[in-house]
Structures are given as structure tokens and as C-alpha cells.
Design a binder for this molecule. Structure first.
Ligand SMILES: CC(C)(COP(=O)(O)OP(=O)(O)OC[C@H]1O[C@@H](n2cnc3c(N)ncnc32)[C@H](O)[C@@H]1OP(=O)(O)O)[C@@H](O)C(=O)NCCC(=O)NCCS
Length: 307
């Protein structure tokens, strides 16, 4: 509570500037944008983007109306569900501008203004339309990804692309910055357990892709703990199709074999055909479904020390 109050006081006095990480307010806010908020003076207006604190994160979501008890209704533009109601005293500020690629974008003009004007009534009167629009955008993005890395494009890109190197991650700060730029918090892989590791591909000094080998906490709920999982393989969009996903995956598998690990798993969304094809091509076989993901498994070696 004290920390929260301190943050509130700070926001009230100076305003807030923080990096946007997720995609919950896409297309208004993108990962890496700098979000600029000012203290809220007076009541919020419908369509305002308000900032509040959730644990160690700052959330900036759109104000879509009041409940009868005076609490605020907030909703991430690109999310399916509304946030839990917010007490007015928990609001830390109102987003007034975004800085993207050195450019300042005001929320009071252009597309941001149109979104602020149109989204609250649409959310009230046509929630199904917004849901289908979101699903259509996700499908389109998936299709775009497939096309921009289609086989002939991959073959051509690989001829033109600069060379990359692959190895175990050795620069925690660079890895953190890479995950923040991709929309993560940067803390996800800061403290790995013994036996867990991260593989990165670099073009020059720049990280272009990575994968992680973990025993992630969510497998405990499914009684699948104890095995290592390939997790969160991410290749920056401009570097996709160059062979980096395959290279980090194959490096991780070679490292697991070297360590005498017998089995590794991966969970992939059903619509992510690219990732499924990549993992199938290195020997993973589908073993079922878990929480909307397709589960894959690969037997690496029968005995310790083999491979
Ligand atoms: C999926 C992902 C990791 C693949 O990495 P990549 O560097 O783009 O892929 P690569 O160039 O190494 O290609 C590896 C294999 O993926 C498959 N693949 C890649 N793009 C494909 C496409 N458009 N259509 C079909 N298969 C495709 C192929 O099997 C390819 O092997 P090949 O070129 O030798 O035939 C990467 O695109 C990515 O980060 N996507 C977003 C995040 C994600 O989905 N992560 C996986 C979570 S499980």
C-alpha cells in the first residue's frame, strides 16, 4: 500500500513515463513505445487511457464507463475481457502522448482520438463485432507471417541474409532488452533454475532470436513437471525465415543431448503451423492437447551420456 501511495504521489507531482510492453492496447500502444501520462485532474472522460498499478507493473487501459458504485470500468483495446473494476483513487494518471521512434504522438488527435471516441460505444453496443474484428486481425497477422516466410522467400532471404552465430546466452542485459522489445517484462528469464538455459542467435552484436529450455511452473498444474521444455522460441520479425529458429532449436537439442537429458517437450498453439513444422522436422511428435496448446515430445537419448 505504501509503495502504491508513493507511486501515486509521484505521478500526481511529476506524471509518468514508462515503456509499453504488451499488446493489450494494440494498435494504439506497441511494445517499445514510451507511454507518457499526466496526473488526472477531475473526472476521467470516457475513452481516456488511464494508468494504474498491478503488482509491479503499470497498466494503461481505456476507461469505458462507471459502475453504479463509482468504480471505473477499464478495458485493454485488444483484450477480450474487461479489467477488474478500479477504485478512482487507484488511478495514477491519464496517458496524454506516446513516443515512438523519436516521434511524439498526441492522444488528442488523429487515430488515437478516433479510437477514444469509437471504442467505448462499440464495446457497449457491439461487443461481438469487436471480438470478431480481433479474431480476424489475429488470423490476418498469422497469414502475413506465413507469407513473408513462405518457402521461396526463405530460400531467397537465406542467400541475402547476413551470417548469424548461435550459442548459450552470456549477456543478461542484452537478453532482457531483447525480451522487452518483443513485449515481455524482461524479467521472465532473469533467474533460471539449475539445468535451465537460454540459447541466443546473434547477427553481429544484436540478438536476432532465442529459445529457452526450462521446467516451467505451469507444467506443475498439469502434473507434467520434472521434464525440460523448449519455451518461448522467438525470432524478431525482420529475421524470421532465415534459419534462426531452426538453428537455436537444434543448438538447444544438441546441448540437452550433451547433458544426457532423455526427453524434451514443447507446447505450441494449434494455429502456429510454422512452429509445429519446425519442431516436427527435428523429430518432435504430437502427444496430445494441453490448455489449448498442441503438446509435442522428443526422445533424445535412452541413457545418460548418449548422443
Ligand atoms: C516460429 C519461429 C520460431 C520460426 O523461426 P524462423 O527463424 O522464422 O524459422 P526458420 O527460418 O528457422 O525455419 C525453420 C522451419 O520452420 C518452418 N517454417 C518457417 N516458416 C514457414 C512458413 N512460412 N511455412 C511453413 N513452414 C515454415 C519450416 O519447417 C522451416 O524449416 P526449413 O526452412 O528448413 O524448411 C519464428 O517464426 C517466430 O519467432 N515466430 C513468432 C513466435 C513463435 O511463434 N514462437 C514459437 C512458439 S512455440
Amino acid at each position: 500500500v505504501n509503495r502504491h501511495q508513493a507511486a501515486f504521489r509521484l505521478a500526481a507531482e511529476h506524471g509518468l513515463r514508462f515503456a509499453s510492453r504488451g499488446r493489450s492496447m494494440w494498435p494504439l500502444l506497441r511494445p517499445g513505445d514510451l507511454t507518457i501520462a499526466e496526473p488526472l485532474t477531475g473526472a476521467p472522460r470516457e475513452g481516456d487511457v488511464l494508468v494504474y498499478r498491478k503488482g509491479t507493473y503499470l497498466i494503461a487501459h481505456r476507461f469505458i464507463g462507471l459502475l453504479s458504485d463509482g468504480r471505473l470500468r477499464l478495458h485493454g483495446d485488444f483484450l477480450l475481457d474487461e479489467d477488474p473494476p478500479l477504485a478512482p483513487t487507484d488511478v495514477l494518471g491519464r496517458v496524454v502522448a506516446i513516443e515512438r521512434d523519436g516521434r511524439r504522438i498526441s492522444l488528442d488527435s488523429g487515430l488515437p482520438r478516433v479510437l477514444a471516441f469509437a471504442l467505448p460505444p462499440l464495446r457497449r453496443h457491439a461487443p461481438r463485432f469487436l471480438r470478431s474484428a480481433r479474431a480476424a486481425l489475429s488470423r490476418a497477422a498469422n497469414r502475413f507471417d506465413h507469407i513473408h516466410t513462405a518457402a521461396p522467400v526463405r530460400a531467397l532471404l537465406r542467400k541475402l541474409a547476413p551470417p548469424f552465430t548461435v550459442g548459450l546466452a552470456d549477456d543478461a542485459a542484452a537478453l532482457r532488452a531483447y525480451h522487452v522489445a518483443l513485449g515481455g517484462s524482461g524479467n521472465e528469464y532473469a533467474a533460471l533454475e539449475p539445468g535451465e538455459f537460454t540459447v541466443v542467435a546473434k547477427i553481429g552484436d544484436r540478438i536476432a532470436g532465442c529459445t529457452h529450455v526450462l521446467d516451467p511452473p505451469w507444467t506443475r498444474a498439469a502434473n507434467l513437471a520434472g521434464d525440460l521444455w523448449i519455451h518461448d522460441t522467438q525470432v524478431g520479425r525482420r529475421y524470421q525465415g532465415l534459419g534462426i529458429g531452426r538453428a537455436v532449436t537444434e543448438f538447444a537439442l544438441a546441448e540437452l543431448r550433451r547433458r544426457g537429458i532423455g526427453r524434451v517437450r514443447v507446447a505450441i498453439r494449434p494455429e502456429n503451423r510454422r512452429s509445429q513444422l519446425l519442431h516436427e522436422s527435428v523429430g518432435f511428435v504430437s502427444i496430445g492437447l494441453l490448455g489449448g496448446h498442441q503438446l509435442y515430445e522428443l526422445a533424445l537419448a535412452r541413457q545418460k551420456g548418449l548422443g
